[in-house]
Ligand binder design. Structure first.
Ligand code: URA
Length: 459
């Protein structure tokens, strides 16, 4: 009866009290509310929305459905980063060891690939033996010893969120901003954080492409954090082209390793440093983002970040030798160059087409339980704005077999658009959002290099 009453109320645009959100969560956990009733409720909530009080109550009900990491005995700041996801986004792999090497504790909880976007857990699991399923006790011990753990959402953390997310995924109700904010923050706050940095992606390859909706999500999560004593800072970053060059699980780990050795592509490093600087300041180890950035540069040039990654891999059962020898990562059997079909300017490298291409090669998922091939993907050298000659190599395809190469060729032909002129892409980091509001990002809003020869003015 409770389920029907609450479905009816939400369907008609009403609101639930905090006690009713708890009752709903308990009824579902106890099996007194069926999956089809919850799916109907979620669709009503998706269409009608939740008011601010309801978002907080849902988040709290999901958080309370499991345990929390109690790290209050650790004096150092405990900071995580969450990205709304994209293509080629391997920032977490670099950021976690880099920030941890500076004395901030980083309990980094990540997700898996779904749809056109990649997932940090899948990338990490391309390292032989790497375990992302740590118990809370193992996570706590590793954080005490190493200051960093790279984990997935276990059954212990916000299990109600896990069940609701699976239902939302199957019923096209993932994209609701109140539901997303409650879902992400229920897990993040269960990590016992003292601060959180958000990477809100915008552009055609982002989960939420529109800037205004991305900002709405950022503001809501910042406010949920405030309510629970966890300061949250968000940066808005570009996902109208892939980040870095490598797209695909093992290929992205390799690019992250090169970045940790000081050889990362400029766009990837710019986003990594921007987010990392916020983490170091929130974590209390740097007075401002300029100092933070210099510290990170030294951590990379001095080898401390790469060593931290090696220690984390070893602690989680993986082969730490990949950090010195990335050829130990899974290697694709077939490799082929994709060349420019005609001369012109690269006007788009469309991330959704690249992401779908990785899935077509066997490196992504359409369902949560699909197996993935870690070795496949693309390394795309072409960047928006490059002037190219006919036949010039633009990308490399890594595939299991000849059919994969053909699928990769078709995907890149769709993804890489060559025209007579090009619009500038979105600025890599465009906005910074805090409790105080939204400001233009002035850290380093635009880097003009020889890679972008045809642009006149940044937007
Ligand atoms: N990621 C999450 O963890 N939850 C959502 O609802 C959407 C993305």
């Amino acid at each position: 009866m409770l389920a029907q009453r609450l479905i009816e109320r939400k369907r008609d645009g009403g609101r639930l009290s905090a006690a009713e959100w708890v009752a709903l969560s308990r009824a579902y956990a106890a099996g007194e509310m069926t999956d089809y009733q919850m799916a109907a409720f979620l669709m009503a909530a998706f269409i009608r929305g939740l008011d601010r009080g309801e978002v907080g109550a849902l988040m709290q009900a999901m958080r309370a459905s499991g345990d929390s990491l109690d790290l209050s005995h650790l004096t150092a700041g405990r900071i995580d980063k969450h990205s709304t996801g994209g293509v080629g986004d391997k920032v977490s792999l670099i950021l976690a060891p880099l920030v941890a090497s500076q004395g901030v504790i980083v309990p980094m909880m990540s997700g898996r690939a779904l749809g056109h976007t990649g997932g940090t857990l899948d990338k990490l699991e391309s390292i032989a033996g790497f375990r992302t399923r740590l118990t809370l006790q193992e996570t706590r011990r590793q954080l005490e010893e190493l200051g960093c753990a790279l984990i997935g959402q276990s059954d212990e953390i916000a299990p109600m969120d896990r069940r609701l997310y699976a239902l939302r995924d199957a019923t096209s109700t993932v994209e609701g901003i109140p539901l997303i904010a409650a879902s992400i923050m229920s897990k993040k706050l269960a990590e016992g954080l003292t601060g959180l940095v958000l990477d809100i992606k915008r552009g055609s390859g982002a989960f939420i492409p529109e800037l205004d909706r991305g900002l709405e999500l950022a503001r809501l999560m910042i406010d949920l954090g405030r309510e629970h004593g966890c300061p949250v800072v968000a940066l808005v970053t570009a996902m109208d082209r892939p980040l870095g060059r490598a797209c695909g699980n093992a290929l992205e780990v390799e690019e992250a390793i090169h970045a940790l050795h000081g050889d990362g592509p400029p766009d990837l490093m710019q986003v990594t440093y921007a987010l990392g600087a916020e983490m170091l300041v929130l974590g209390g180890v740097a007075p401002n983002t300029d100092v933070a950035r210099r510290r990170m540069e030294v951590a990379i040039s001095g080898g401390h970040a790469a060593e931290a990654f090696q220690r984390i891999i070893a602690a989680q059962g993986g082969d730490p030798r990949v950090v010195d020898d990335p050829s130990r990562l899974p290697q694709a059997r077939e490799v082929e160059i994709f060349s420019a079909p005609h001369a012109g300017v690269v006007s788009r490298v469309e991330p959704r087409a690249v992401g779908r291409g990785i899935a077509a090669l066997g490196g992504g998922r359409t369902r949560m339980d699909d197996a993935i091939d870690p070795s496949v993907g693309f390394v795309i050298r072409a960047r928006p704005g490059d002037v190219v000659r006919v036949g010039e190599p633009l990308a490399t395809i890594f595939a299991r077999d000849e059919a994969g190469i053909a699928a990769g060729m078709a995907s890149l032909a769709e993804a890489i658009l060559i025209t007579d002129e090009a619009e500038p892409p979105l600025p890599l980091v465009s906005h910074r959002v805090t409790m105080g509001g939204v400001e233009p990002y002035d850290g380093e809003p635009w880097v003009r290099t020889a890679e972008f020869p045809v642009f006149v003015e940044p937007r």
